[in-house]
Design a protein around this ligand. Structure first.
Ligand code: GLY
Ligand code: MN
Ligand code: MN
Length: 359
């Protein structure tokens, strides 16, 4: 990643320091700046200046770090870590930190190592930079969406009565990895029947029955970039209510997507979908936002939501995912990923049908 792009936003900082903790406390911005997938980089840090990026890591990650093409410095002990950090910042007074991910333990240690610096929060600046994708990032996102889209049919061909939601989730992840994904971009949601009324349901041991709604929300990770796709189908014949719910959601997605282009406000796009659903028998049952940005994080900036006043810009990538959810009955969601263009949009995930698919 060319660090200049970030400093166009983070003008307040002389350098940006991203510090990783353990496996559950890694900062995506580390990988955004490093610019290449591969390596875990626990306890490592990265320093960006307007014309350079340097990775500071242990010998464990040395080869991965050198493969990124950035400058690399290796520490072998805690003392060396601290000395490298002090030395790297000796000519810097104002250090940008990502306040939204830095944990208190790391921050308190940092204050001991470099007590004399001024810190500024660059979390908003970095997310502003990250929401505008480069051509290379757009290609990774297109590929993540393609892998996700193409994994669906082979996974669905394996559906059998009596299968569990967990088995279906395993099959779709398997198909995505066969197609080139490095893994799923988030924990796959597979919900059968009445379970599909919970938008963030976790797959369980519920067995598939004829006539069930099957909602699958899944995505591929490719070169560190995510797709986020939802398909809802019927296992066997769908009843009239399910068909009607699907048609309303499809219309809400189709009409709202047509409005996506640069300078249109996300909340106005949300309203198009919400008005269609609220004019149907499912009024009030669209219980989440219409969409969100997608990038290295599956929930990236910006949001397409009723109270989020934000005009879209070209080269942002967002989801369009209306849904209706009826407790005790089930839910329907259709989710696709689109690139915002100056005069329209490019839909990068494929395969949603206009009427509910019966398999
Ligand atoms: N996969 C969660 C969502 O669609 O936002
Ligand atoms: Mn989504
Ligand atoms: Mn999703």
């Amino acid at each position: 990643m060319n660090p200049r792009k970030i400093f166009d936003y983070a003008r307040e900082a002389e350098a940006i320091l991203i510090l990783n903790g353990g496996e559950n406390n890694l900062d995506k911005n580390f990988f955004y700046l490093a610019g290449k997938e591969g390596g875990l980089y626990e306890g490592s840090f990265i320093l960006a200046k307007p014309d350079s990026v340097t990775i500071f890591t242990s010998v464990l990650e040395e080869e991965s770090a050198r493969n990124t093409g950035n400058k690399v410095e290796i520490f072998h002990s805690r003392d060396e870590y601290e000395n490298l950090l002090k030395n790297a910042l000796k000519d810097v007074n104002v250090v940008g930190l990502n306040y939204s991910s830095l944990n208190l333990e790391i921050y308190k240690n940092l204050l001991k190592i470099i007590p004399d610096k001024e810190f500024v929060d660059v979390s908003v600046s970095i997310s502003e930079a990250r929401r505008l994708k480069t051509p290379e990032e757009l290609n990774y996102l297109r590929e993540a969406a393609k892998i996700g889209s193409e994994a669906f049919d082979p996974a669905i061909e394996l559906l059998r009565e009596g299968m569990t939601e967990k088995e279906v989730a395993a099959n779709i992840v398997h198909e995505m990895m066969k197609g080139g994904a490095s893994g799923p971009s988030f924990d796959t949601i597979v919900a059968f029947g009445e379970n599909s009324s919970m938008p963030h349901y976790s797959p369980g041991n519920r067995k598939l029955k004829k006539g069930d709604i099957v909602l699958i929300d899944y995505g591929a990770l490719y070169e560190g970039y995510c797709s986020d796709i939802t398909r809802t189908i019927s296992f066997g014949k769908a009843n009239e209510k399910t068909k009607d719910m699907y048609s309303v959601v499809y219309k809400a997605q189709n009409e709202s997507m047509k409005a996506i282009k640069a300078n249109v406000n996300g909340k106005d796009i949300d309203k198009i979908a919400r008005d269609i659903i609220d004019a149907s028998p499912y009024k009030g049952r669209f219980i989440h936002s219409l969409g969100h940005g997608v990038g290295m994080d599956v929930h990236d900036h910006p949001a397409l939501a009723p109270n989020y006043d934000f005009p879209l810009k070209a080269n942002m990538v967002v989801t369009d995912e209306p849904g209706v959810y009826l407790t005790g009955y089930g839910g329907i969601r259709i989710e696709d990923d689109v690139i915002v263009k100056e005069d329209g949009f490019e839909k990068i995930s494929k395969g949603a049908t206009a009427t509910i698919r019966e398999v």
